[in-house]
Write a protein that binds this ligand. Structure first.
Ligand code: NOJ
Length: 761
C-alpha cells in the first residue's frame, strides 16, 4: 500500500517538477543559465547526475558524527569519478583549490564543486552570535555582519554558507536558540531577509558574495521539551503563522539554497516531507534553488522509524524534494537502483540536478572556478581593520541593558577603582561564541582588556574567582562545571571590597549553547551564583555583564544587583564593545529578541501566547490559567531593553477607526527623548485580532522602527497598517484576513505601550 502510494506521489511530483522554471529565472541572464543547465544535463550519465547530489565533509574538519570513510583519498577519488557534487568543511584558498582542481581538471565533465561551510556569525572576524545581532532590532546590522562574513568566506575559497538559521524558538532549553533571531516570526523574517541579502548581495556571481542556505526547514526550533533533534507536533496553523514567515522572507530575498531539518513534523521527518519541500517551498513559494539535507538526516529517517533502510530513506527523501544528500551516502548508494527498479522516476533526479547546477552557474563557478581562490585577497580581506571595526559596531549595537538602578551605568572613566571579576571576564575565547567557523582560538578582546584599555591597568583589580569550566571546551565535548572548589573566591571578595565598583562577568561558556546543547536547567552553572552573592555582600555597586547564548533564569540576580548588561557572545571585539557601553561611549539600544522566563518551568514561552478560556484572575484563586508558584509573566519581556536616557510616548492617534479592505491607516505616536543624552529607541507596534475563526495570539509584533533622538528632541512616528499586517493562516481558508475589531499598542516593549483600536471592514 505504502509502495503504491509513494509511486503515485512520485508521478504527481514528477508532473510538478517538470513545470517551467520558477519565477526567479525570468531575466535574460536567467534564460542563459537555464540553457546552459539543460545543455550540461543532456551530457550527463545517471551516475554523474547522482554524483551532483552527493555531499561529503572534508576528513580534517567535521561538524557532525564522523563518517565511515575516514580517508581523504577516498574523497579525492570520488571527485575524480564525478561522484561528488559538493563538499563542506574545506576552507582556505589552498585546500579549496586542491579539491576544485580535481573536479574541474580530472572529472569527465569538469563540473565544479560547490563548497559550503557553517559561516554562522563570521568566518574569522567574529560577529555576535545571531541571537545577539537580533537584539539590535536593526536588520541592517545583520546585513553588514553577513556581508563581511561573505567577503571573508569568499576570500577563503568558499561559495556557500549554511546560514542564516531562521528557526523561531521559544524555548531557551534548546541550545540552538543562539543561532537564530529569537522567538518572533516578524522580527525573524526581517533578519532572515537582511542576512540573505548580506551574504548574497545583488550579484551571486560577484567574487565577494556567497550563496546563503536558509535552515532548518522546518520547525526544528519547536523540539519537544527543548531537547535537540526531538519530535515536533505542530498544527498547520501554528506552522504557517509562527514558523514559516522567516523562511518565506528568505525566499523573497532570493536565497540560493535551503537546508531541511532533523526533526519529524507531525510524524513525517522534515527531510522526507513532500508537504514542506514540494508543496510549500518549491510549489507555493516558487523556490528554484536546491535543498540540501542536514547532516545524515536522510539516513536518520531510519532511526525515526519512518524508513526501513537507507534505500527507502533515499526514495522518500528524493520524492519529497531533498535535492542533495549531506553525509548519509543514501543517494550515491541507492538512487541508481531505485531508478532502475522504477521506484523513483529519473525526472526527479533531473530536477534536483538542475537545481544544483543552476546555483553553480549563478555563482559563476563554470565561468571561473578559481575566482574564489585568490591568495592575495585571502591575505588582505580576512581580519582586516575594516572588518574588525564592523565587528565592534555590530557588537555594541547588540548589547541590551536589562537593569540600571540609580544610573550606576555608565561608569566614570576615572576616579573609582574597578574590580573586574570572573573567569568569563578574562576569557579571550568565550566571546567568540559557538559555530565560530575559522575564528582563531583565544583571539577575542576580553572584557578585562576592553575595560583596561579605557581606564588603565592602575585602575583595574582583576580576580578570576573560582574556576568555571573544568573540562575541555570545544564543539564536541560535554562541559563539566566546577561545583565544589572555592579557590579564588576569597581573592574575588577582597578585590570587590577594595574597589569602588564591581564588573562581574557571568553566564555561559560559548560551548554551552549551540547544536546538541540542550539544558533542562537554565540558571547559572557552577559556583557563579555563589561568587555573585559573596561579592555583592561586600560591595553593592555591582554591574553584571552577562555572556550567554540563550535566555537565562536570573531572578535572584535581578532582585539584587543594580545593573545588568546582556552581552551574549559578542565576537572578536567583545571587550571593546562592552567597554564602549560600560563607559558611555555608546548608549545601549538593544532590545530582547526572546523573553527571559522567571523559571525554566514556564518554557516554551512567548509574549504572543494565546488567551485561554481562563486568562487571568486574582492571585488567591487557583482555577485560572496560571502557575501557583510563579507569575505567568516573564522576568524580562520580549522587546525590552533600557537606555542611559529615557523616552516618553504620548498622543497615540489612529488616522481612521476603520480600515477598509485594500486600504491603509496610520498609527502615530510622539516619541520624546526626555533624558539628558542622545539615545536610540526601538518603537514597536503590536496588534491583536480580538475575535477570529480561530483563536488569535494576545498580541503580535507587526512593525518596529529604531529612532535616534537628541536630549529633549521629539518626533512623530507613524506605522502604516494595511490588510497585510492582519493576515493569518487557517486550515480552512489559507492566508486571509477577517473583518472585525483589532487592538494595537505602540510602545517600548511587548509589555508596555499606548493602546488604540480600529476595525477592519
Ligand atoms: C548539522 C547542523 O544541524 C547544521 O546546521 C549544519 O549546517 C550541518 N550540521 C553542517 O555542519
Amino acid at each position: 500500500m505504502r509502495k503504491l502510494f509513494s509511486g503515485l506521489i512520485s508521478l504527481l511530483i514528477l508532473f510538478s517538477a517538470c513545470q517551467p522554471a520558477a519565477k526567479q529565472n525570468q531575466s535574460a541572464a536567467g534564460a542563459d543559465v537555464e540553457n546552459r543547465v539543460e545543455e550540461l544535463l543532456a551530457k550527463m550519465t545517471l551516475d554523474e547526475k547522482i554524483g551532483q547530489l552527493n555531499q561529503y565533509t572534508s576528513r580534517w574538519e567535521m561538524t557532525g558524527p564522523a563518517p565511515a570513510n575516514a580517508d581523504s583519498m577516498f574523497i579525492y577519488n570520488m571527485i575524480k569519478e564525478g561522484k561528488l557534487g559538493s563538499m563542506l568543511n574545506v576552507t582556505g584558498v589552498a585546500a579549496t583549490r586542491k579539491v576544485q582542481q580535481l573536479a574541474v581538471d580530472s572529472s569527465r565533465l569538469g563540473i565544479p564543486l560547490i563548497l559550503g561551510y557553517d559561516v554562522v556569525h563570521g568566518y574569522r572576524t567574529m560577529f555576535p552570535i545571531p541571537l545577539g545581532e537580533a537584539a539590535s532590532w536593526d536588520p541592517e546590522v545583520a546585513k553588514l555582519s553577513a556581508k563581511v562574513a561573505a567577503d571573508e568566506s569568499a576570500a577563503a575559497g568558499l561559495h556557500w554558507t549554511f546560514a542564516p538559521m531562521v528557526d523561531v524558538s521559544r524555548d531557551a532549553r534548546w541550545g540552538r536558540v543562539m543561532e537564530g533571531a529569537g522567538e518572533d516570526p516578524y522580527l525573524g523574517a526581517q533578519f532572515a531577509f537582511a542576512r540573505v541579502k548580506g551574504f548574497q548581495g545583488d550579484d551571486l556571481a560577484a567574487e565577494n558574495t556567497i550563496a546563503a542556505c536558509v535552515k532548518h526547514f522546518a520547525a526544528y526550533g519547536v523540539a519537544e521539551a527543548g531537547r535537540d533533534y526531538n519530535t515536533v507536533d505542530l498544527s498547520e496553523q501554528r506552522l504557517q503563522n509562527e514558523i514559516l514567515p522567516p523562511f518565506k522572507a528568505a525566499v523573497e530575498a532570493g536565497t540560493a539554497t535551503f537546508m531541511n531539518s532533523f526533526n519529524t513534523l507531525n510524524g513525517i521527518p522534515a527531510t522526507g516531507s513532500v508537504h514542506l519541500q514540494r508543496d510549500i517551498l518549491k510549489g507555493e513559494w516558487g523556490f528554484d534553488g536546491f535543498v540540501v539535507s542536514d547532516w545524515g538526516s536522510i539516513g536518520e529517517m531510519i532511526n525515526h522509524g519512518a524508513a526501513a533502510s537507507n534505500r527507502e530513506a533515499a526514495k522518500l527523501a528524493m520524492i519529497a524534494g531533498s535535492d542533495m544528500d549531506m553525509e548519509a551516502n543514501a543517494y550515491i548508494n541507492e538512487l541508481k537502483g531505485l531508478i532502475e527498479s522504477g521506484e523513483v522516476h529519473e525526472s526527479l533526479v533531473d530536477d534536483a540536478v538542475r537545481r544544483v547546477l543552476r546555483i553553480k552557474f549563478r555563482l559563476g563557478l563554470f565561468d571561473d572556478p578559481w575566482k574564489y581562490c585568490n591568495p592575495e585577497r585571502e591575505k588582505n580581506v580576512i581580519l582586516s581593520e575594516e572588518n574588525l571595526h564592523a565587528a565592534r559596531e555590530v557588537a555594541k549595537k547588540s548589547i541590551v541593558l536589562l537593569k540600571n538602578d540609580n544610573n550606576l551605568l555608565p561608569l566614570a572613566k576615572s576616579g573609582k577603582k574597578i574590580a573586574v571579576i570572573g573567569e568569563l571576564a578574562a576569557s579571550k575565547d568565550v566571546p567568540l561564541g559557538n559555530w565560530r567557523a575559522q575564528a582563531i582560538p583565544n583571539s577575542a578582546v576580553s572584557l578585562l582588556e576592553g575595560i583596561t584599555a579605557v581606564v588603565g591597568e592602575q585602575n583595574v583589580i582583576f580576580a578570576k574567582g573560582p574556576d568555571y569550566v573544568i573540562s575541555q571546551r570545544n564543539f564536541f565535548t560535554k562541559l563539566k562545571f566546577n561545583e565544589t572548589d572555592v579557590s579564588g573566591l576569597d581573592a574575588a571578595v577582597k578585590a570587590a571590597r577594595s574597589a569602588g565598583v564591581v564588573v562581574i562577568a557571568l553566564g555561559e561558556d560559548c560551548f554551552q549553547s549551540g547544536e546538541g546543547r540542550s539544558q533542562s536547567d537554565i540558571s547559572l552553572k557552577g559556583l557563579q551564583q555563589k561568587l555573585l552573592d559573596e561579592v555583592y555582600k561586600v560591595n553593592k555597586n555591582v554591574v553584571v555583564v552577562l555572556m550567554n547564548g540563550r535566555a537565562l533564569e536570573i531572578n535572584k540576580m535581578a532582585e539584587t544587583v543594580p545593573s545588568i548588561l546582556e552581552t551574549w557572545h559578542l565576537g572578536s571585539q567583545a571587550g571593546n564593545a562592552i567597554a564602549d557601553v560600560l563607559f558611555g561611549n555608546y548608549n545601549p539600544s538593544g532590545k530582547l529578541p526572546v523573553s527571559f522566563p522567571r523559571s525554566v518551568g514556564q518554557l516554551p514561552m512567548s509574549y504572543a501566547h494565546f488567551s485561554t478560556g481562563r486568562p487571568s484572575g486574582s492571585d488567591d484563586v487557583t482555577l485560572w490559567s496560571r502557575y501557583v508558584d510563579v507569575a505567568n509573566s516573564p522576568l524580562f519581556p520580549f522587546g525590552y531593553g533600557l537606555s542611559y536616557t529615557t523616552f516618553e510616548y504620548s498622543g497615540l492617534t489612529i488616522s481612521d477607526s476603520v480600515l477598509t479592505k485594500g486600504g491603509e491607516i496610520g498609527a502615530t505616536v510622539t516619541l520624546k527623548n526626555s533624558g539628558e543624552r542622545f539615545g536610540e529607541e526601538v518603537v514597536q507596534l503590536y496588534i491583536r485580532d480580538l475575535v477570529g475563526s480561530i483563536a488569535r495570539p494576545v498580541k503580535e509584533l507587526k512593525g518596529f522602527q529604531k529612532i535616534g533622538l537628541n536630549a529633549g528632541e521629539s518626533k512623530e512616528i507613524t506605522f502604516k497598517i494595511t490588510e497585510k499586517e492582519l493576515e493569518f493562516f487557517t486550515e480552512a481558508a489559507g492566508w486571509h484576513t477577517e473583518p472585525g475589531q483589532f487592538k494595537l499598542w505602540v510602545g517600548t516593549s511587548s509589555a508596555k505601550g499606548l493602546e488604540g483600536s480600529f476595525e477592519l471592514k
